[in-house]
Design a protein around this ligand. Structure first.
Ligand SMILES: Nc1nc2c(ncn2[C@@H]2O[C@H](COP(=O)(O)OP(=O)(O)OP(=O)(O)O)[C@@H](O)[C@H]2O)c(=O)[nH]1
Length: 204
């Protein structure tokens, strides 16, 4: 099979505090419906083929059990993972603070400066609907957090199906951006084996 015919596989993991809407986001993306009830997740794996820049990617999306500051980082959520979706609820300041905690754990585990990541502010439909909790985190704060961590950022509502597809498109874009950057590593910073060819490694 020629290399161009080999399907490109990408693994994306969805992390964040409990009850921020991780499962609802993934289920809306994969199955196009909203689940109103709350069923805490243990772990669910979904598959979907996505097109990015005219190329098809077979994506595996891993929906995880919610984390807190005491959760021990699970190596399963870093080894073989290409991209991260870190979710907070715009109606929960605590869940917003957890994003940096989780991001730092990933960086620490991977031993890199940054990873392909989309930070997602969920439940934007709650902002004006009293008496349910309303917005505690402003868009500007989400944007700033993303900039500080070289991540993409978007606000969503799984309930209203707002920006749900965009989350996973942005994640693929972050993954591919970095793999293209790897291909463009200048020869001076590559090993002798790759110097002559002027390329480094790439994600297949
Ligand atoms: N209003 C509103 N509620 C939402 C939205 N997304 C999720 N919810 C609700 O929030 C609750 C938790 O949603 P889940 O998707 O189960 O959250 P989770 O992050 O997967 O939770 P864990 O499995 O415990 O980590 C459920 O009652 C959902 O119906 C949203 O966009 N808007």
């Amino acid at each position: 099979m020629p290399p161009s015919a080999v399907p490109k596989r990408r693994k994306i993991v969805v992390l964040g505090s409990r009850s921020v809407g991780k499962s609802s986001l993934v289920v809306q993306f994969i199955e196009n419906h909203f689940v109103d009830a709350y069923y805490p997740t243990i772990e669910s794996i979904f598959q979907k083929t996505l097109k990015y820049n005219g190329v098809e990617f077979e994506c595996e999306i891993i929906d995880t059990a919610g984390q807190d500051e005491f959760s021990i980082f699970n190596s399963k959520h870093a080894i073989g993972i290409h991209g991260y979706v870190l979710v907070y609820s715009v109606a929960s300041r605590n869940s917003f603070n957890m994003v940096q905690t989780v991001y730092d754990k990933i960086i620490d585990f991977c031993g890199t400066q940054d990873v392909p990541c989309v930070i997602v502010g969920s439940k934007t439909d709650l902002q004006s609907s009293s008496p349910v909790p309303s917005r505690q985190v402003e868009p500007s704060e989400g944007e700033r957090l993303a900039q500080q961590n070289h991540a993409a950022w978007v606000e969503t509502s799984a309930k209203n199906n707002t920006n749900v597809d965009q989350v996973f498109e942005l994640c693929l874009a972050e993954i591919e951006k970095r793999s293209e950057r790897n291909l463009l590593v200048p020869p001076s910073s590559t090993t002798a084996a790759t110097k002559d060819k002027g390329y480094s490694c790439c994600i297949m």
